[in-house]
Write a protein that binds this ligand. Structure first.
Ligand code: ADP
Ligand code: MG
Length: 603
């Protein structure tokens, strides 16, 4: 029974998102939308209500395990605990796992840039290719991630482009160690997990899986990034298998560097022991040089980001200070809010009168200074005149005219936005605390309108908005800082790799062999889940009756060792596209493998 139900978002224009109709999962995860269907179950984007700031969005994988035996569940949980302790910028962080409602849940980091397969398809569709510098950068990140996990004896077993995720253009390997947790660690489990395109010959031949099998898969991913196609292709499952086991090693096109091609070919050697390990590839001079270049580039990015961050922090401090002052003003204003409309209006009028008085006082002082200077000049002038013509008599008016101070003109007062007033009125206005010419309504609503007309600033809502937008800025700054941590961590990883090299450049550290631990048998429940999913998917593509015909024919054809051209022709006659029959072929292969292992176990 599905646990999540499609319910429309409140905004009907956006696509319908999957929303959990139940309460929070494990009392903290809220389903936001469905990201897709994985080979074991549904994958959702969730909001973690208990997360650290900046890490709220996570991925929840719901794996329906039906009647998973208690010991299998315990084992899976123990392995999950180990996985949650790992931390590397090129590995999708595994946060948590738990069992609830007969399902096994895995919580991982969310990568907003989707998976590499999507990116490859997008570029292929647009007729574009990735620049080699970008490919090498991603390839090195993958090697760093693989080296980290392999050093800790954790194998991926299902490396493929749709298990590689992009986050701020950094690639991250997803599901590292998860296949073992779900399927067990025997050979057959690996066969069941993998996608044939990336499977190594030793896995297909049941000759064991080790870290070098992951290296094979990484080479297939490198080929895919360069050519936007699989390294080994075929019309159906068996032809792909044949090419991997017996076919020639593919090469990169001429436009790619020969050094990169040589590395890829060495990773695709049929004998796993001859393939280099991730640590060894990172030491190859060509990769080493690129590693140094990328490290410099990333260091510059972090440096630039740090400068930006400090600038942003300075801005934040300034904003905080402004906010503090602003809050003080708000507090004062809140005192105002408590007043009655009449008191408020009176206060406002008083404030405006005070302001006008201040301006008038200033104006009066200026005028006084002006007159004073003029008088001094005149005195000086007259003194000189007196000196020249002492015997001349002045008429009575002259001294008074000289002493006369210039009154504040009506024009000056008008410049303050007031109607013309005589001197008496001005002095009256200066002492006035009660508006003489209009009454304030007692009714609060009417009073509010009154204030509004009077341009009385309301501080509340507007100021709240300012505060909210400030909070948003803080959040964005925080996010940028969170993003930087991946780049920082990557720089540190690259420095470690480069430093360990300069300490002892002669020794090539050989990988510790990966010892299989935990369950050595295949987890039959999970194998069946996977096979059921494949069957469902094939039926959906072919329709039930065609599926049955294809299934019966392929079963017979595989027993009789029919050649590929013959198989292709027959399937086309049935009206089924060979690409749609791929899963039927793989399903048959799995069934045969499972049967063979059951027979072996009996003997
Ligand atoms: P599979 O079982 O084939 O490996 P997954 O379970 O990994 O498939 O993924 C199913 C879907 O969920 C895909 O569309 C994938 O892109 C998406 N997805 C899985 N993990 C993440 C993640 N960490 N971040 C973003 N999308 C993811
Ligand atoms: Mg996956």
């Amino acid at each position: 029974m599905p646990k999540f139900q499609e319910v429309p978002k409140s905004d009907t224009n956006t696509s319908a998102a999957t929303v959990c109709t139940e309460s929070l999962i494990a009392r903290r995860y809220l389903v936001k939308e469905r990201l897709g269907r994985g080979s074991f179950g549904m994958v959702y984007l969730v909001l973690d209500k208990k997360s650290r700031k900046g890490e709220e969005l996570k991925v929840l994988k719901e794996i329906s395990v039906g009647d998973l035996k208690p010991n299998e569940t315990v084992q899976a949980n123990l392995e999950a605990q180990l996985l949650s302790k790992l931390d590397h910028p090129a590995i999708v962080k595994f946060y948590n796992s738990f069992v609830e409602h007969y399902s096994f849940y895995i919580i991982t980091e969310y990568c907003e840039g989707r998976d590499l397969q999507c990116k490859v398809e997008e570029y292929k569709g647009a007729g574009r290719t990735f620049p080699e510098s970008q490919i090498v950068e991603w390839f090195i990140q993958l090697l760093l991630g693989a080296q980290y996990m392999h050093e800790r004896r954790i194998l991926h077993r299902d490396l493929k482009s749709n298990n590689i995720f992009l986050k701020n253009n950094i690639v991250k390997i997803g599901d590292f160690g998860v296949s073992r947790l779900l399927m067990g660690s025997c050979d057959l489990a690996t066969t069941f997990t993998g996608t044939p395109y990336y499977m190594s010959p030793e896995v297909l031949n049941h000759q064991g899986y080790d870290s070098k099998s992951d290296i094979w898969s990484l080479a297939c991913i490198l080929y895919e990034m360069c050519c936007l196609d699989h390294a080994f292709t075929g019309h159906n499952f068996m032809s792909v298998v044949l090419k991997i086991v017996e076919g020639e090693t593919p090469s990169l096109p001429n436009r790619c560097s020969s050094k990169l091609n040589a590395i890829m070919e060495s990773m695709l050697q049929k004998d796993p022991s001859r393939r280099p390990s991730a640590a060894e590839i990172l030491k190859i001079p060509y990769i080493d040089q690129e590693l140094q270049n990328i490290k410099c580039k990333f260091s510059n990015i972090t440096m630039k980001d740090r400068t930006i961050t400090s600038q942003k922090e300075a801005l934040q401090i300034r904003n905080a200070l402004e906010k503090k002052i602003h809050l003080q003003t708000l507090r004062e204003q809140s005192e105002v809010q408590k007043m009655t409309p009449r008191e408020r209006m009176r206060l406002r009028k008083l404030q405006s009168a005070d302001e006008k008085a201040r301006k008038l006082k200033q104006l009066a002082e200026e005028k006084y200074q002006e007159n004073h200077q003029r008088m001094q000049k005149l005195r000086c002038h007259n003194f000189q005149q007196v000196g020249v013509d002492v015997l001349h008599e002045y008429n009575e008016q002259s001294p008074s005219r000289m002493n006369q101070t210039q009154p504040v003109s009506a024009h000056d007062y008008r410049s303050l936005g007031q109607p013309e007033l005589n001197g008496k009125m001005i002095s009256d206005r200066l002492c006035m605390s009660e508006p003489a010419d209009y009454e304030i309504p007692e009714d609060p609503e009417a009073a509010e309108e009154f204030y509004h007309e009077d341009d009385f600033e309301s501080c509340s809502d507007e100021n709240l908005e300012i505060e909210e937008s400030e909070e948003e800025t803080e959040c964005t700054i925080f996010k940028t800082y969170e993003q930087d941590t991946d780049v920082d961590a990557l720089v540190r990883c690259m420095e470690d790799v480069l430093e360990s090299r300069s300490l002892d450049s002669s020794t090539v550290t050989t990988m510790a062999p990966v010892v299989p631990q935990g369950p050595t048998a295949i987890n039959c429940t999970m194998a069946e889940t996977k096979m059921n999913r494949m069957r469902e998917s094939a039926i959906q593509k072919l329709e039930a009756d065609v599926f049955q015909k294809v299934y019966d024919y392929l079963k017979m054809a595989r027993r009789q060792n029919a050649n590929e051209a013959e198989v292709k022709e027959y399937l086309e006659k049935l009206g089924a596209k060979p690409s749609n029959c791929f899963e039927v072929d793989q399903l048959l292969y799995f069934e045969e493998q499972l049967q063979a292992s059951a027979t072996e176990a009996k003997h």
